[in-house]
Design a protein around this ligand. Sequence first.
Ligand SMILES: NC(=O)c1ccc[n+]([C@@H]2O[C@H](COP(=O)([O-])OP(=O)(O)OC[C@H]3O[C@@H](n4cnc5c(N)ncnc54)[C@H](O)[C@@H]3O)[C@@H](O)[C@H]2O)c1
Length: 453
Amino acid sequence: MRITIVGAGFVGLTTGVCFADKGHKIYCVDMDKDKIAKISSGVPPFFEKGMESLLKKHIHKDLTATTDLKEAIKNSNVTFITVGTPFDGKQIDLSYVKAAAREIGSALKEVKDYHLVVVKSTVTPGTTDEVVLPILEEASGKTAGKDFGVGMNPEFLREGEAVDDFLNPDRIVIGGMDAKSREILEGLYQGFKSIDVMRVDNKTAEMIKYTSNSLLATMISFSNEIANLCSVIEGVDVVDVLGGVHLDKRLSPIMPTGERVHPSFITYLESGCGFGGSCFPKDVKALVNFGENRGVRMEILEKVIAVNNNQPFQMIALLTKHFPNIQGLKISVLGIAFKPGTDDIRESPSIPIINELSAKGAAIKVFDPIVQAESNETFKDLNNISQAETLEDALTDVDAVLLITRWKEFEKIPELLRCMKTHPLIIDGRRMLKKSEISKYMGIGLNQIYSSS
Ligand SMILES: NC(=O)c1ccc[n+]([C@@H]2O[C@H](COP(=O)([O-])OP(=O)(O)OC[C@H]3O[C@@H](n4cnc5c(N)ncnc54)[C@H](O)[C@@H]3O)[C@@H](O)[C@H]2O)c1
């Protein structure tokens, strides 16, 4: 198939390179000229494992990056919409989706053959049928269901594992306005290994995506609420508590061989300094607003957001337990990315933490294996922030270290500390280190400072 992808961002480019790898001819369209120039030169505009090699393999062969949407659509049979759907503070912002639909509709005027338009962006239920479809009809002067079809194909990839997740999906949700739209959309996934395919209408496809993200976000906030309670119960550590919960055979089943399976699902039942990224926060908020507009109060999801908004400040609370006055303290922050494996810092808990430390007058050193804090727009107005070149440098000559992102590299901390004469207080925001291996340790969901010496 010949496929146009409108929005060559994280999801769009991943979709593009992966479909190209499955033998389709791809046009990745973006309005950002610099992004298109970068992609055309074989360099992905973001960090993601496996992305660069796939892009280099397909660019100028099966994959063309362009700003010319009309030409791309003229040459293809299917168009995906993969533009951003941010939260505008009150509700989902559909302006990018609407603009993309208008441009696609206008391009469809000049297309003779039947064309399928698929929404892959995360949009609230009803958007594909009630917003995108009418815009396409109006801008093209054509009729949906006759001249073109409209589908909805939510994306479940995780940043950090995007290429692998796309190529090895756990489910394929095929939404469509009619059987023909669904059939063409499903055909695109023929080269993928056999996996559960759900054929549904567009609204159900949209709702599946929101429900999936809301469930995972709820599990995280639930674990964090339990952690916050554990932190005021002397002698109780949330790691032991949730570790005991994980052993429920409905969460980690025991096989007939006696071996226990630990599904990655239970990693969402771990405590930490909060979730971030471009999806969970905005999607949960958009669903709460969607319910509100229909007279349904989503009370659990409201609290999921409230718990998450406070969670980064638990790190500051732990710090002030040991150092009541932060002014003039030398603090290292480990990890800026919202999760390991990505350079995406959107809604990362590191941002409120760094801002708060800065406002309270700390001298901040930052280390992330991929993200450079100094050159980052988000931190440009802070003047008491510097970049540590190495993890070792970040651990040296500071009073405390706040571990924010679960980067694998940080597992080396105990080993590095063993070679140092003086040790900072380590505050583990992901509970990824063994407290017994660190001389001065505090963590989310742990009542007091743990001293191994
Ligand atoms: N990032 C994720 O992990 C992830 C996972 C699943 C679903 N999603 C959803 O996918 C959608 C896209 O997310 P993303 O992270 O890839 O966003 P992104 O911001 O990385 O990319 C969006 C791209 O669309 C481009 N764009 C906007 N309007 C355009 C137009 N009219 N024509 C051409 N290009 C246009 C922008 O320049 C940008 O490059 C969102 O709805 C998001 O919720 C994201």
